[in-house]
Ligand binder design. Structure first.
Ligand code: C5P
Length: 401
């Protein structure tokens, strides 16, 4: 749910701090990496040892740290930059007001001021403190900074009073964060099917026809689509690459026929289909059951055409946006555009082997995105990860929401 997000949890000194033990567990269970920074008074409500054990990281409180006779400091700037999100829970009236005014007299506040990531805050205080105009103003100011309020709930308060001011329950805090991130991801709920890598067409049990495709472009497209919130199925030919995002379903195949079978099985559910695989156009008519022995000086191999995977899928389109790749060496634009038409694609990504740094193998690519309305958008030489984001952005423009 939180992928491998890095969460900086700031705990301040209210009785609700005891709930941060449960909150830490929930964050860890949701896949987050958690580091905790607390104020002095928070340590009186909840034990740093408990939190360090649960978060699997030391709990930080002071700017200066003495370790085995050596003096070091906890770098708030690094912590602020490390985090994918900061969560201040519970946020006391004192800390809220300091955050709003830019007071920076402890490590937690210094981290807050240094954080570039989204900051969530979950106020917790007694009824009258919560109602006080100073608190209301602080909350409004923080929301004005772009920080995200997780409102306090109503109920029985530690003072015995009834009313607003209870920190949201840990489950509700987690839900507020995951919902917020889901809304930031434009492809949440979308299914993306990607083919990647080479195919290996067996000649005999030890030999095959293959190519130099590394699979990297397809894998980067899968990562970029998952980062946009999509559910991704990646059907890949032989490659050593591993998907980094645990949300990517990776199906490994050998031949073009196997790739077609797997891609076909996932086509109907897909909203977007990208054929980045370098599929072998031909395969040996028969694969010899035993290793072929050395013999005559010349030898020929009968080849038959493989199915065109992306074309076969595009012929079954029912609303899917289908994108192919074209690796060309001459008359690039013309060839790519006629391939787009012949295969019934919505768009094609051209990479020319003439461009240094483009195509197979390396970490970079220089692409041109061409759609079926002959809109042509060339891009500069970029990393394959950046090229993947550009491609998805072009698709996003054309599919809308
Ligand atoms: O025709 P060509 O092989 O150049 O087309 C490249 C595009 O078609 C790529 O998107 C590739 O993944 C796809 N393709 C395919 N099945 C084939 C051959 C190519 O899906 N047999």
């Amino acid at each position: 749910m939180l992928g491998s997000k890095r969460v900086l949890l700031g705990i301040t000194g209210g009785i609700a701090a005891y709930k941060t033990t449960f909150l830490t567990r929930l964050l860890i269970k949701a896949g987050a990496e958690v580091r905790i920074v607390m104020t002095d008074s928070a340590g009186q409500f909840v034990s740093p040892l408990t939190l360090a054990t649960l978060s699997k990281n030391p709990v930080l409180k002071d700017f200066v740290r003495e370790e085995e006779g050596e003096t070091d400091w906890n770098n708030h700037v690094e912590l602020g930059l490390w985090a994918d999100l900061m969560l201040v829970a519970p946020a006391t009236a004192n800390t809220l007001s300091k955050m709003a005014s830019g007071t920076c007299d402890n490590l937690l506040l210094a981290c807050y001021m240094s954080a570039k990531c989204p900051v969530f805050f979950a106020p917790a205080m007694d009824l009258d403190m919560y109602r006080h105009p100073a608190t209301k103003t602080a909350i409004e100011t923080l929301e004005g900074f772009g920080n995200i309020l997780i409102p306090a709930a109503s109920g029985e308060l530690a003072s015995g009073l009834e009313g607003e001011g209870r920190m949201a329950e840990p489950e509700d805090i987690l839900a507020a964060i995951t919902t917020w991130f889901a809304r930031q991801q434009p492809w949440t709920g979308k299914n993306v099917l990607i083919t990647a890598g080479p195919t290996y067409e067996p000649i005999d049990p030890v030999r095959f026809i293959g190519n130099h495709s590394s699979g990297r472009m397809g894998f980067e497209l899968a990562e970029a689509a998952a980062a946009l919130g999509a559910r991704v199925v990646l059907v890949t030919g032989p490659t050593h690459l591993q998907p980094r995002d645990p949300g990517i379903t990776c199906i490994r195949v050998g031949t073009a026929q196997q790739m077609l079978e797997e891609a076909s099985a996932h086509f109907d559910q897909a909203d977007i289909v990208i054929g980045a695989a370098a599929v072998s156009d031909y395969r040996p008519r028969v694969a010899a059951p035993e290793k072929i022995k050395k013999g005559e000086d010349t030898r020929s191999l009968e080849l038959v055409r493989n199915p065109d995977i992306i074309q076969t899928l595009a012929a079954r389109k029912s609303g899917q946006f289908v994108v192919g790749f074209a690796l060309e060496t001459e008359n690039e634009l013309e060839h790519a555009q006629s391939k787009l038409k012949r295969k019934g694609l919505d768009a094609i990504v051209l990479n020319s082997l003439k461009d240094p740094g483009a195509g197979f193998g390396g970490d970079t690519n220089k692409i041109t995105f061409i759609d079926k309305n002959s809109q042509i958008k060339p891009f500069a030489l970029k990393s394959k990860a950046e090229a993947a984001r550009d491609i998805l952005h072009e698709i996003q423009i054309r599919i809308g929401n």
